[in-house]
Design a binder for this molecule. Sequence first.
Ligand SMILES: [Zn+2]
Ligand SMILES: [Zn+2]
Length: 380
Amino acid sequence: MSDSRAFCPRCGDPVPERSADEADAADPLRPGSEVDLCDACYFDEFNFVDAPDRIDVRVCARCGAVYQGNRWVDVGAQDYTDIAIEQVSDALSVHVDVEDVAWQVEPEQVDENTIRMHCFFTGVVRGTPVEEQVTVPVKIARQTCTRCGRIAGDYYASIVQIRAEGRTPTSEETERAEEIAHDIVADMEATGDRNAFVTEIGKTDDGLNIKVSTNKIGKKISNKMIEEFGGTINDAETLVTEDEDGNEVYRVTFAVRLPPYTPGDVIELDDDDAGPVLVRSAHGNLKGIRVTTGERYEADYEEGASPDARKLGEHGDAAETTVVTVEDENAVQVLDPETYRATTVSRPDYFDPDAETVPVLKSRAGLHVLPDEGETEEPT
Ligand SMILES: [Zn+2]
Ligand SMILES: [Zn+2]
């Protein structure tokens, strides 16, 4: 046949021959696409926009998370309109043949839980401009997500107990523990972890209890605490229950035991007459300086952070007092801050001979010159 005209498979009308390029571009995934319908038949069944009759969205009334697929997701939406727009754009689809598709949406708040989305589409298909308007009602169901439900139900999987050996933790230590807990949770939330939260922080007679949502968070808090303050961690598992799938659920208690002495403490070591020690670090072995000479002190490996000792006071107890005279290499006279009598005390090597006043600590071990405040931390 010399006449190679094509015909519409639907109505039999002749259709213009397609170029070879177009024929090659026929989509193998759409059988029959190699034979074109005439424009009339094509537009007859052409459906520009595919839209659902309505969209139901479950939103957590507490945190704004949206239920997607089979889980709650933080969408970072400012309000329910943002959520509705997001959901509608996910749910709408346009015909693949249409080029230059543009659309806009006008949300209409119908009532507290219904937003009607008026969507206007334009595009070009077969050289013909097309447009369509669809209206999709979005119904917002306010619920409580799993996380908020757990928070409200005081759920926790782990307790971190902040304690200290032979003393109660300082307010600096407990405040830092709270800060660490919140920082760790905030970091995990920032990576999209919805299961991270602090359930409760409570003071006890001997320290602080921090209840958190996962064992991992408990472990992180504990590790960070001893990284900063020294000390040890003991963890103990308790079987709490079985979950829906029959798996055993353990709650882990992390007992953080901070070292007995903290930087700034002045202690007197048992069986030792080399003079009191100003503690500078409790990481690993206790380290400090002798307040009689300024020499370095470090506890044995076996003693670790808790050598046998008694606390005499701390740097904060020191009083600034007048230097009366420097006697020699080993001795200096200062005013006793209580009696105002000139008193000879040992001269540590951190003593500044030009200083008019120095901090001194008066304790049952006598009067000792301490270094200035900034020098109480272990140099790094
Ligand atoms: Zn036709
Ligand atoms: Zn929530």
